[in-house]
Design a protein around this ligand. Structure first.
Ligand code: ATP
Ligand code: MG
Length: 424
């Protein structure tokens, strides 16, 4: 029979890779806790409407990338392609947005049917941060400071660049959209097909187009900063001031709009030139209209999401992961003969309960002494405890797993004391 393979673009994380993931997760958790953010967890499946109404019908994600299907009741469900909409849905549903502020984070898999390649998968992990109930630039600045802190803690700040833009108020966005549409309509014939389709429904997304002819047209198009209201422009200038004060370097990119429809005000993206075409590692912005758009209360929101696989690729590429010692075991209990199986299991329990810091592997599955010793060496253990006999254990043999291979014998009762001393 043919072997069953994983779904294309969905990765297994194998044991030799999990230490990198655990390291990244640990650094993130510590940082988020230092900024007093709380974790929230929500389902992987949601009503399809949640994403259509938030991300927008005329976006790459909703048009081309969602995993959508009918469940047995005939309801249309989708695997979440991102977390912000889910986070707002959950917070709103449980009253977390009512007359209060929230600083939340989440971590987990997202699903998009894209063409798999390095740094782009169909199941990928995001860590996201969302702050609710806070208008103004202080929270925007803090979120950017938090992200920069993360790069510093991970030792990758030198390869990341911050691009930032101001989309203005919802009204500014509409006004600019109209001006841009009017201009582009006059040149419709020169537009690529995707952009022509977006002209009526999602004109700002055309700014993102990679098609050279469209890019050329945009050079003479109405510019976003000319359509931003003075108050919003002043807020953005004040935000940039704080970034200067915090020594966070940035590039203002007036064509940065982001692929999701719910943003207003400040939007940003951290990119790197070390990952080829998959240059975006973290992106976000303000989305004050989203909660309302989903039928909830009017709640200001600002947040970002970062791609964890890209983060790990970057750490690997730059050699900035902490050295993995390869050691997963401290004490290896070798079991020679079936007569001592039970004693071996009990001894393992006793060491773990008396010395909780030690990693103890009790050999299972039988086998000769030599093959067990080989496994003990391979595991990285520093001591092998050797049990042999047919029930009564008058003494235990110990072997130090270094080049000298020194051995000693002692009574079962004194083993934990000996190990405690040896491992300090
Ligand atoms: P891209 O321009 O690379 O498609 P995006 O704008 O679609 O990215 P967002 O929706 O903002 O990305 O998601 C935030 C982050 O999640 C991205 O910056 C990226 O690091 C990561 N990400 C997005 N899509 C994928 C994917 N298919 N595989 C792996 N990581 C991804
Ligand atoms: Mg994308």
């Amino acid at each position: 029979m043919a072997k069953i393979q994983a779904i294309r673009g969905m990765n297994d994380v194998l044991p030799d890779q999990t230490s990198a993931w655990q390291y990244l997760e640990k650094v993130m958790r510590e940082l988020l806790s230092a900024y007093a953010y709380q974790e929230i967890r929500f389902p992987i499946l949601e009503q399809t409407q949640l994403f259509k109404r938030s991300i927008g019908e005329v976006t790459d994600i909703v048009e081309k990338e969602m995993y959508t299907f009918e469940d047995r009741n005939g309801d249309s469900l989708s695997l979440r392609p991102e977390g912000t909409a889910c986070c707002v849905r959950a917070a709103e549903q449980h009253g977390l947005l009512y007359n209060q502020t929230q600083k939340l984070w989440y971590m987990g898999p997202m699903y998009r049917h894209e063409r798999p390649q390095k740094g782009r998968y169909r199941q990928f992990y995001q860590m996201g941060v969302e702050a609710f109930g806070m208008p103004g630039i202080d929270i925007e600045a803090e979120i950017l400071m938090l992200s920069r802190d993360l790069w510093e803690r991970l030792g990758i700040a030198d390869v990341l660049t911050l691009e930032i833009n101001n989309l203005g108020t919802a009204e500014d966005r509409i006004r600019y959209g109209e001006a841009l549409r009017e201009y582009l309509k006059q040149h419709e014939a020169a537009l690529d097909e995707d952009s022509r389709r977006r002209l009526d429904k999602n004109v700002l997304r055309i700014l993102d187009s990679k098609v050279p002819a469209t890019q050329a047209l945009l050079a003479d198009a109405p510019q976003m900063p000319d359509h931003i209201s003075p108050q919003s422009a002043a807020g953005f200038a004040a935000l940039l001031d704080i970034l200067d004060a915090a020594s966070i370097e940035y590039v203002v990119n007036n064509r940065l709009v982001r692929g999701l429809d719910y943003y207003n005000g400040m939007v940003f993206e951290w990119t790197t030139d070390k990952l080829g075409a998959q240059s975006a590692v973290c992106s976000g912005g303000r989305y004050d209209g989203l909660s309302r758009q989903l039928g909830g209360t009017d709640t200001p929101g600002v947040g970002f999401a970062l791609g964890m696989e890209r983060m790990i690729l970057l750490l690997e590429e730059l050699g900035r992961l902490p050295a993995d010692t390869g050691r997963t075991v401290d004490v290896y209990i070798a079991v020679i003969g079936e007569g001592v199986r039970r004693q071996a299991l009990m001894l393992g329990q006793e060491i773990r309960s008396q010395l909780p810091g030690l990693r103890v592997l009790t050999h299972c599955g039988g086998g000769k002494y030599n093959s067990q010793l080989k496994k003990a060496f391979a595991s990285g253990a520093r001591v092998a405890v050797i049990l042999e006999g047919d029930g009564e254990l008058a003494e235990i043999k110990l072997r130090i797993l270094d080049d000298d291979g020194e051995t000693t014998s002692l009574s079962p009762a004194s083993l934990c004391g000996w190990l405690s001393e040896y491992f300090g």
